[in-house]
Design a protein around this ligand. Structure first.
Ligand code: G4P
Ligand code: MG
Length: 177
């Protein structure tokens, strides 16, 4: 059975503050974030408290197809910056997502964004899972992660049906360690 972990909004807020400090110390001044929805939306909004730069958004959906021996994972654009706003031309952009898991989504999004006329491109994720990655980050991308975590299934507070029960599970799952 896949091990699961629950994180609270408070824990996530604290990790995002540390992530912002790493980004600010990284030597590149980013002009805007591009959040990858849905998971990147809330992290980007919290990061904005610390980075004070505007948030743009793209949304993708990931379809994991499993045909016997073959896996054929597919990413689709649900919404894109098309055309790319003039205000972003030549600017340094920071792509934001909640989790670096297989990197399939990150590879897709970063390759698409690399075709545009940007300055530096960075990517910032709240959680980086320690595992073998299927996707590859394109060359020249600055990478930041809040914390590295085991390859467990993460339950995010924004997916919770009952946030009080979620927070109890978050506390219990950490006590068990
Ligand atoms: P990556 O490039 O960022 O590594 O993402 P990957 O394609 O591997 O992830 C596929 C989908 O699975 C993504 O959702 C990602 O958010 C989600 N995912 C991966 N690991 C976890 C986890 O531990 N917990 C949760 N809750 N989700 C996980 P998506 O298609 O982008 O949908 P959305 O939820 O962002 O809208
Ligand atoms: Mg996502």
């Amino acid at each position: 059975m896949v091990k699961k972990i629950w994180y609270t909004y408070d824990e996530i807020h604290q990790v995002l503050k540390q992530l912002a400090e790493k980004i600010l110390a990284g030597g590149v001044q980013y002009d805007a974030m591009i959040a990858i929805g849905g998971g990147g939306f809330i992290p980007a909004r919290i990061l904005r408290c610390f980075l004070n730069i505007p948030i743009y958004a793209v949304t993708t959906a990931y379809y994991a197809n499993d045909f016997g021996y073959e896996t054929n994972d597919e990413i689709k654009k649900i919404q894109w910056l098309d055309p790319m706003p003039e205000t972003l031309k030549g600017k340094n952009i920071l792509v934001v997502d909640e989790v670096d898991d297989s990197r399939v989504t990150l590879e897709f999004v970063l390759n698409e964004l690399k075709k545009e006329d940007f300055g530096e491109i960075g990517v910032a994720v709240l959680h980086a899972k320690i595992k073998e990655k299927t996707g590859k980050l394109p060359e020249g991308i600055h990478y930041f992660s809040g914390i590295t975590v085991e390859d467990w299934w993460i339950n995010y507070p924004w997916d919770a049906d009952d946030i009080v029960a979620h927070n109890i599970l978050a506390a219990e799952s950490k006590k068990a360690d």
